[in-house]
Ligand binder design. Structure first.
Ligand code: SF4
Length: 387
């Protein structure tokens, strides 16, 4: 396969941005803009030190054509490898090689997953002029006619400034889902974290997006209020979500790294982290207050309880039962689970029943206590590796 790769007639590939939502892990990535036009949120380090720029329609179209050329190359390779045009098998052969060309890897991953979804990077694609975004979407749909889902990020502030008619035009051109980092619906907290939006704007943006016919994912950040603003964070976040009723509510628990501006607030004591257990209690507080028909997902690796998931309202009690199950564990078992999750031994609470894994984590816990007794700091450093 390496020989095939070296024979590929291509130009230089296409641009890739740094991040995409967890649910877009297998999507074709097309960079529509570069970095973040706001770039001030205290809890975010993704684009710090970079500056925002729009890309021209011609540049983006060029990248889409490059991705299409790579897709054609993989299909052609499937014949030369004896896979009779099965692009999934050829894509698997590429993915089994040591990581090389990032663009080819992305196209292979996309094809391996069935070639049905694409994600427009970076952080706020709706900031593009509507005619430009429509042109890009139409070209993407023409180049990849099998796409079922094209999604992107937007800021509430930006979406609130589009008219419903503009949003409908973008929807009709082929953008299916918009991901928004709501984080919180509590105005004092939105101001503190420098989110650059208000609860009223989050509601207006969300309602317009839903009215225009999009699937909407709202990302909520349990723990974001720290100890001081937890109560308002929980109450107002649930209220704003109830007003919007998005298709998806996704949990992405706060974690603070030294690369984030919020780190200095943590160091000087201005911001005090919630414990892992209190973050779980915050999720329970939001879930209890939800009056929506959304799907709740806990699909970010930073969440302690990934199994909190379900369609509301029918699965609300099941979600709360999972939380109660965790909070009802003895202290030592909860700590064992927290550590084991971050070490990679557990995926869900039921994994605690595996005595081999439980004993392994207990031994690690014992060693940490003998060395420093700062289990919370060890867990914090383990989480640093996730983002
Ligand atoms: S708007 Fe999004 S990408 Fe930009 S700084 Fe805030 S969280 Fe980060």
């Amino acid at each position: 396969m390496r020989t095939e790769e070296s024979e590929r007639k291509t130009a230089p590939g296409f641009e890739l941005g740094p991040i995409r939502p967890p649910s877009e892990a297998y999507s074709l990535l097309i960079r529509a803009t570069r970095n973040c036009p706001w770039n001030k949120c205290l809890f975010c380090h993704c684009y710090k030190g970079t500056s925002f720029s729009l890309r021209s329609v011609e540049e983006i179209v060029h990248d889409i054509d490059e991705a299409r050329e790579m897709r054609d190359y993989i299909v052609e390779a499937s014949w030369r490898l004896g896979y009779e045009g099965d692009e999934r098998l050829a894509a698997a052969a590429i993915l089994s090689q040591p990581y090389g060309d990032a663009c080819l890897h992305n196209v292979a991953l996309f094809l391996y997953a069935g070639g049905k979804s694409a994600f427009l990077q970076d952080s706020n694609t709706l900031i593009m002029r509507t005619p430009d975004l429509v042109a890009v979407l139409r070209h993407l749909r023409d180049a990849f006619p099998d796409l079922e889902r094209v999604t992107s990020y937007s800021r509430s502030h930006t979406a609130a400034h589009k008219t419903v008619e503009e949003l409908k035009e973008i929807r009709e051109a082929g953008l299916v889902r918009i991901h928004i980092g709501l984080e919180t619906g509590y105005d004092p907290l939105l101001q503190y974290i420098q989110k650059g939006t208000t609860a009223a704007q989050q509601i207006a943006a969300g309602q317009k997006i839903v009215e225009a016919g999009f699937s909407l994912s709202e990302y909520v950040m349990p723990g974001m209020g720290g100890q001081a603003m937890a109560e308002g964070h929980v109450r107002e976040t649930a209220r704003v979500l109830n007003e919007i009723n998005p298709e998806f509510i996704r949990l992405r628990s706060l974690h603070i790294k030294p690369t984030m501006p919020l780190w200095s607030h943590l160091q000087d004591g201005a911001f005090q982290l919630q414990s892992e257990d209190n973050v779980v209690r915050e999720i329970a507080g939001i879930v209890e207050r939800l009056d929506v028909t959304s799907y709740l997902k806990s699909d970010h690796i930073l969440n302690l309880l990934m199994e909190i998931e379900g369609k509301f309202p029918e699965d609300k009690s099941a979600c709360l039962a999972i939380i109660d199950g965790y909070l009802g564990l003895p202290d030592e078992e909860r700590l064992n689970f927290q550590l084991g999750r971050r070490m990679g031994y557990y995926e869900e609470l039921s994994d605690l029943e595996d005595s081999t894994r439980f004993d392994t984590v207990s031994e690690a816990l014992q060693r940490i206590r003998e060395r420093s007794d700062n289990v919370e700091e060890v867990i914090r450093r383990l989480k640093d590796r996730f983002i």
